[in-house]
Design a protein around this ligand. Structure first.
Ligand SMILES: Nc1ncnc2c1ncn2[C@@H]1O[C@H](COP(=O)(O)OP(=O)(O)OP(=O)(O)O)[C@@H](O)[C@H]1O
Length: 222
């Protein structure tokens, strides 16, 4: 068996005296998708930030690709693609953002071609030479999603509500793209409020309520 992409054991996170997550244990293998669901404030984003190396747990052990997650470590950033809030450089166009990421992740001479394909796939061609600040929220979100396509070989996608602001057609494209990433062997940690996305992608579901978690199979697999 390959090592799990994510291994968490007895993870607890507190803010001050308040426990907002855990104790929580989970494993995620290559090519698997774990959907994390639960009401607002349940602790989904906290889990995402811990897996993404942005926050440390107060208790327990977390390993991503057999190492402690650390967003500052180059190897971690190569292996893990984390999408949460959209944040853009105010003076770079959509195309330039994607080119920057493609080059940064080693696409080299292929970058232009890879970026053009991502723009087409995410229906951003006519917006490619605008700055994201000029775009609607949905198109900004599609720009963020396009970044997944210009950094090949991520072993883990960590996605915090990737469906936000998307219309039905764009959600379908997102689902298709994530299904392809799974087939190619990427693991996906998907925090979401969208049941269709869970049914179509998830192998397991983690329901969080008030920080405590329960794992079950998504509806489509029961
Ligand atoms: N930096 C922080 N300091 C103190 N409390 C925080 C901090 N970040 C999050 N919390 C609290 O932790 C709890 C879990 O928040 P989290 O953002 O993980 O929930 P969530 O499930 O992602 O919610 P949503 O669906 O609304 O995005 C909430 O009660 C929140 O107020």
């Amino acid at each position: 068996m390959p090592n799990p992409v994510i291994a968490m054991t007895d993870v607890v996170r507190r803010y001050g005296d308040r426990r907002v997550l855990g104790p929580l244990s989970l494993n995620l293998d290559p090519g698997e998708c774990l959907a994390v669901t639960g009401p607002n404030g349940a602790g989904k984003s906290t889990l995402v930030r811990i897996a993404g190396g942005r926050e440390l747990p107060d208790e327990g052990v977390v390993e991503v690709c057999s190492r402690t997650p650390n967003e500052f470590a180059r190897e971690f950033r190569r292996n893990v693609s984390l999408l949460d809030e959209a944040a853009f450089y105010p003076d770079l166009t959509v195309r330039e953002h994607l080119e920057l990421i493609a080059v940064g992740h080693g696409c080299g001479a292929e970058s232009r071609h890879v970026v053009t394909a991502a723009l087409r796939r995410c229906r951003l061609v006519e917006h490619a030479d605008l700055t994201p600040g000029r775009l609607s929220r949905g198109l900004q979100q599609l720009t963020l999603i396009a970044t997944l396509l210009v950094r090949p070989n991520a072993r883990l996608l960590i996605l915090d509500e990737p469906e936000r602001h998307l219309d039905a057609a764009a959600r379908d494209s997102l689902t298709e793209l994530l299904a392809e990433a799974k087939s190619a062997g990427s693991a996906i940690l998907l925090a979401t409020h969208h049941e269709t996305l869970v049914d179509r992608l998830a192998d397991m579901r983690l329901r969080i309520a008030d920080g405590t978690a329960r794992t079950d199979a998504p509806k489509g697999q029961r």
